[in-house]
Structures are given as structure tokens and as C-alpha cells.
Design a protein around this ligand. Structure first.
Ligand code: EPZ
Length: 428
């Protein structure tokens, strides 16, 4: 048994209340956006996860002073001039690091970035980022391991039509356009709630942005931005993960500090599968009623079904009555969990970018491995429904996006241990 694992034992229904942390996929970008303005920016409700620590290291390498005066708060003191080079050992572990490209071009007119790393979900090209920045006037060249970008003077507003509503490309272009000369229109922009959270922060810094949350974003460039304070929205993917845990174990969990409308489709799917889902004044509640019914899932950019909840729903559908087809349209390599779920006893057949799940099939504990962040969390959930003990190895993937997952599941009545270096970090 490796020394980096979750030990999960079937432990009956989850019950109680869990507080959702700040959204990882927003907080990461807000750290980058803070670089757009000289001075002190303060970001609150930041999740205590490894990826945030990695992004803070990138900001420090670019010249910012980063402090954490209290848990869930990050303070960035940004200097008048920024460094413009990032190193592979820093960005190699973090895909989101690519979103410093927009701020560096906007502030310094040039950047040299090592190619970003991150979860292995198949092709993760950045061509849309680069093509959009070129439209704003940047000259861009790149090789296998680095990108060079520069612009003479300020970036210039432009009309950009994204062939695919890429989250990262929309965020990079938004940050680059906010101080560009003139007006930028981003068509077919990503509409995720994290995009609106970033736009809200940029507006607090003095940016002029309209249409975020829709597929048409209009940015009127301003001469300069000022530092600002911002509170990160709740993490809809983390909340969705706990919601699946409640339905899967037949439990009753109140999930707070998140906007249920950000999870509209996944919650609708849960209730169509047979779980009771109620909005509350602080979030929402999920009560599993047993007897889950299978249904089909198709992942798409927001407001479509989030690809980041696909592995968790695969695990859930392995326990539902009937046959379900799960279609992954966003990442072409996001079914790596299937072989691991099959080790636990699930019956899933892969056909190109479809997974055909036949259920319910009894699960029994085994040694499985997390291949990425969401697959890892889904395997921990599957372990809650499997007889005996499930060992989820490569648990560090999960730490990248979930703070103290074992402790929070334990607080909901689960029997989950987190092993680090053969020491038991958390036990029930
Ligand atoms: C963000 O990734 C999230 N990551 C992902 O969450 C999430 O799955 C994804 O958006 C979709 O919702 C962060 O915010 C840090 P994309 P991103 O640009 O920005 C293709 C998690 O588990 N594409 O919308 O990388 C790309 O290959 C992570 O928290 C291009 O082809 O997503 C992919 O197939 C995993 N060219 C698709 O678009 C480009 O230039 C979606 O990518 C850009 C993207």
C-alpha cells in the first residue's frame, strides 16, 4: 500500500451539514487578476488547497508579496513592475498558471511562460488563448516547452469569436482586454459562474465589463486598474461532490455557502434519479431515498452539465437501476476512472466518448488509484458504497482541489482515513 491514500470503509448514510469552500476555479484566476493592479488586493473565502498554494508561488515568482493573515484569506501586494518569466517547476503542476499571460501582457507588454501542466484529461491545448491574444495585438511564438508573447505599447480592443466556449481562454482575454485601448467583444464566451466572479473582481478594480455570464462579453478598456477586495463564490463542484455522496449513500446532507442555481442541472439530474433536493436559505439539502433510477448525462460548457462532476455521477450511476449513457464532450481523456470503478465491481463499457453504465452492481472494496482530482474524489465516494475497505491511492490529486475531504466526510458520519507517509492523518 503506498503512503498517500484514502482508506474508505462502507459506513452507511452520510448525514449532517457541510460548509462549501470557496471556488477553486475562481480563486486561482483572482490571484492572477490581482497582478493587473499595483498595490494591495485582498481575496477572501479562498480554499485551503494545494493548487492555491501553487498559484501563490507563481504570483511571488512574478514579484508579488503574498501573505495569508488568516485562513481563507490571501493578500497580494503587487509592485509597480512585474517579472515576466515563469519556470517549468512552478507552472508544470498547475494548468491555471496560463492565466497570468493576459495580466503580464497588459502590465508589462511581454511574457515568457513555461507550458502549463495540470490534470491529464487528454488534449489541453491553449491555441484559443493565443489566437485571441494575437487579435488584441500580441505577437506570440511558442515551442514545446515555452510561450513568448510581446506587444508594442498597449493591447488593442478587438472582436473575438471563440470556436469553443473555453473557460481559460475567456478568462485570459478578459484580463488582457480590461486595460486594452478600445472595445473588445468576446463572442461564444464561456458562461461559467467563475467567469462572472472574475468579472466582478475586475469591476471592483475599476474595469468596465458587461455581459459576463452570457456568451457575449463586452469590455471597454480603461487606462489603469486599482487593487480591490473580493469574496470568492462557493465551489459548485465541491458542493456537487457532497450532493452525490448524500444520494449515493441514501443520506441526508445540508450543503451550505453555495448558490444552488450554479448547480441547477446536476441537482435536477439528482432529483430525476430519485433523490430529494431542496433549496435552503444557506444552500441546498440532498436526501437520498434509495432506489436510484439511471439516466443519461451529457457534459457541455455551462449551463450544460459540468464535466467536473462527470466522474462522481459515473460512480453514482453504477448504483442506479437501469442503463445510463454518459457522454463526455469537453475533455477527450476524462474516462480514466472507468477501469478503477470496474475494479470495485461497476459495469461500464466505453464506446468512444460515451460510457455505458449498467446498474446497480454491488461494489466491493479494492485498491484503486486516483488519476486526477475529480476521479479521485469520485473513487472516495464509490468506496462509501462498497463493501469492506477501499484504498484510493495517489490521494494527493484530491488534495489539489478538496480541503480536508476525509475530515469533512468523517464529520458527516463516514469512515474515511487519510494516509500520508504511512501516518494516519485523519481517522473516524
Ligand atoms: C477549466 O479548465 C477548469 N480548470 C476545469 O476544471 C474545467 O474542467 C474546465 O474549465 C471546463 O469547465 C480551471 O479553472 C483551473 P477549457 P480549462 O479551456 O480552462 C479545449 C477541475 O477539475 N481547449 O474550457 O483548461 C480543451 O482542450 C478542472 O477543477 C482548446 O482546444 O478548460 C478542452 O478540451 C479540470 N484550446 C476544452 O477546450 C484552448 O485554447 C475545455 O477547456 C482552450 C481549450
Amino acid at each position: 500500500m503506498t503512503s498517500d491514500a484514502f482508506l474508505v470503509r462502507d459506513s452507511g448514510p452520510l448525514h449532517g451539514e457541510v460548509v462549501t469552500g470557496g471556488a477553486k476555479n475562481s480563486a486561482l484566476k483572482l490571484v492572477a487578476a490581482a497582478l493587473l493592479a499595483e498595490g494591495r488586493s485582498v481575496i477572501e473565502n479562498v480554499p485551503e488547497i494545494d493548487d492555491i498554494a501553487a498559484m501563490a508561488d507563481v504570483a511571488v515568482a512574478l514579484g508579488a508579496e503574498v501573505s495569508r493573515p488568516e485562513p481563507h484569506t490571501i493578500v497580494l501586494d503587487v509592485p509597480p513592475r512585474l517579472e515576466v518569466v515563469t519556470h517549468p517547476n512552478l507552472v508544470g503542476r498547475l494548468r491555471a498558471s496560463i492565466v497570468v499571460l493576459g495580466p503580464l501582457l497588459a502590465r508589462e507588454g511581454r511574457a515568457r511562460l513555461a507550458m502549463p501542466g495540470g490534470c491529464n484529461l487528454g488534449n489541453r491545448s491553449i491555441d484559443l488563448h493565443l489566437a485571441g491574444l494575437a487579435k488584441l495585438g500580441a505577437e506570440i511564438s511558442y515551442g514545446a516547452d515555452a510561450i513568448e508573447a510581446r506587444v508594442d505599447g498597449r493591447l488593442r480592443g478587438a472582436d473575438i469569436e471563440l470556436p469553443f466556449a473555453s473557460v481559460g481562454a475567456t478568462e485570459n482575454l478578459l484580463q488582457a482586454a480590461v486595460t486594452a485601448r478600445g472595445v473588445t467583444r468576446i463572442s461564444n464566451a464561456a458562461r461559467e459562474p467563475e467567469i462572472s466572479d472574475l468579472a466582478a473582481f475586475l469591476r471592483a478594480m475599476g474595469g468596465d465589463i458587461q455581459g459576463d455570464g452570457t456568451s457575449e462579453i463586452v469590455v471597454r478598456g480603461v487606462d489603469a486598474l486599482a487593487p480591490a477586495h473580493h469574496r470568492v463564490i462557493g465551489d459548485r463542484i465541491e458542493a456537487g461532490t457532497f450532493a452525490v455522496g448524500a444520494a449515493l449513500t441514501g443520506g441526508d446532507v445540508h450543503i451550505t455557502d453555495v448558490d444552488p442555481s450554479h448547480l441547477h442541472l446536476p441537482l435536477e439530474k439528482l432529483s430525476q434519479m430519485g433523490a430529494d433536493v431542496f433549496a435552503t436559505d444557506r444552500g441546498f439539502r440532498v436526501r437520498g431515498t434509495g432506489g436510484l433510477r439511471a439516466l443519461d448525462i451529457v457534459t457541455l460548457p455551462y449551463p450544460g452539465f459540468p464535466t467536473d462532476l462527470q466522474p462522481q455521477f459515473l460512480a453514482l450511476l453504477s448504483q442506479a437501476q437501469g442503463t445510463a449513457i454518459v457522454t463526455e464532450n469537453v475533455f477527450d481523456g476524462r474516462f480514466s476512472i472507468v477501469s478503477e470503478l470496474e475494479r470495485l465491481g461497476a459495469e461500464i463499457e466505453l464506446q468512444a466518448h460515451h460510457a455505458v453504465v449498467r446498474g446497480p452492481r454491488a461494489l466491493s472494496g479494492a485498491i484503486v488509484a486516483a488519476t486526477d482530482l475529480r476521479a479521485g474524489a469520485a473513487l472516495v465516494l464509490a468506496g462509501l458504497a462498497a463493501e469492506g475497505t477501499t484504498v484510493v491511492q495517489e490521494a494527493r490529486h484530491v488534495d489539489r482541489g478538496y480541503a480536508d475531504l476525509a475530515a469533512r466526510l468523517t464529520a458527516l458520519g463516514a469512515d474515511v482515513e487519510r494516509r500520508v507517509d504511512d501516518r494516519v492523518a485523519v481517522s473516524s
